[in-house]
Each structure stands twice: as C-alpha cells, then as structure tokens.
Design a protein around this ligand. Structure first.
Ligand code: PRP
Ligand code: MN
Ligand code: MG
Length: 182
C-alpha cells in the first residue's frame, strides 16, 4: 500500500532548459577538439536530461546507454550497484561524457566511473542535473552540475518514485500528506 503524496514544484521546466543551455556551452568548450563525443546516459533516470542535453550540444556526438540500478523501488539506496545493461560501443581512446540525473549517495556514479575508467577512455567527464552533496557517502563529484539541492525526495524530468512521475516536465519534491494521521 502506497502512502498518498503530492508533488511540489522545485525547479521549473524553464529553469532546467536555461541551465542546460549554459552547461552545453561549457561542454562544447571542453570538448571543442573532439572528433566525436560519446554521450553516455545512465538509464533509466537520465533519459529526459540526455535527450535535452544532446539537442543543445553543437558537437559531433554519439549516444549510448548503460543501465545501472541501486534503488529499485525503495526510497533508500541499496549501496549495491548492478549493471543491468552495458554500453553498445567501445570507449577506449574516446571522449566520453557520462550523463546522470542525480547524484545522491554517489554509489551509482562511483561504480560506473570505475567501470568506464578501466576501459581507458581518452577523456572521461560527468554531468549531473542534480546534486545532493549532503547525502554523499562516496568521494565523487560530477564535473558539471545543473542544480545543487537539499536533501529532499525529488521526482520528475526522468526521476522516479517507485517508477512513477518520470514524465513530469519539471523537478518536484514529494510531500506525504498522511504524515500527522495515526
Ligand atoms: C537513481 C538515480 C541515480 C542514482 C543516484 O537511480 O537515477 O542514478 O539513483 O543515487 P546514488 O547516488 O545514491 O547512487 P535508480 O537506481 O533509482 O535507477 P533509475 O535511474 O532506473 O531510476
Ligand atoms: Mn538512475
Ligand atoms: Mg530510480
């Protein structure tokens, strides 16, 4: 049985779009000399962000996906990251940008970066739309961050709560409405 909740808007679709434009300009600068950038989306949460980001990037890009899971349907990280789907392409000697929706404990990004580094890319950079630095349990920080947010349970723009609300066009925070009832 699911507790009833409402979603309060935290970051509007407009704010997200403006931030992505600015981040794209920085990424273009960093990779201005690339032959082709491999943009790696971490499924499932990053599917909306990567779609908007690559369309804003004025660079030759290739899109690939890797599926990692640590939360399942729980609200807490399992701290055990499983790779459910690997990349289709090789990244050895390539320029790679890992795209993540949110860095929370950091276990997912730490695990994925370790795996990708072992394949010897030429350059490996990371971007996360959201960062919750107060929750960090591993030593990892994305090279580019859209928004630093407090420790709230957020949904939307690709991010789910038990697989729901990924299709919300903005970032919202979950507020349970039965909390003071017995
Ligand atoms: C969520 C989110 C990040 C990760 C962040 O993914 O999309 O990938 O957790 O948490 P962490 O920093 O504590 O590891 P989830 O495991 O829920 O899978 P999903 O992307 O398919 O929703
Ligand atoms: Mn994820
Ligand atoms: Mg999830």
């Amino acid at each position: 049985p699911e507790r009833p909740y409402v979603i309060d808007e935290m970051i509007s679709a407009k704010q997200i779009a403006a931030r992505i434009e600015a981040l794209a300009r920085e990424i273009e600068k960093e990779f201005s000399d690339t032959r082709k950038l491999v943009v790696v989306g971490l499924l499932r949460g990053s599917f909306v962000f990567i779609a908007d980001l690559v369309r804003e990037l004025d660079l030759p890009v290739e899109v690939d996906f890797l599926e990692a899971s640590s939360y399942g349907n729980a609200m807490e990280s399992s701290r055990e990251v499983r790779i459910l789907k690997d990349l289709r392409g090789e990244i050895e000697g390539r320029d790679v940008l890992v795209v993540e929706d949110i860095v929370d404990t950091g276990y997912t990004l730490t695990h994925v970066l370790g795996l990708l580094k072992s394949r010897n890319p030429k350059r490996l950079k990371t971007i996360a739309l959201l960062d919750k630095p107060t929750r960090r349990e591993t030593d990892v920080k994305a090279d580019w961050i859209g928004f630093e947010i407090p420790d709230e349970f957020v949904v939307g723009y690709g991010i789910d709560f038990a697989q729901r609300n990924r299709n919300l066009p903005h970032i919202g925070k979950v507020r349970f409405v039965d909390e003071d009832k017995a």
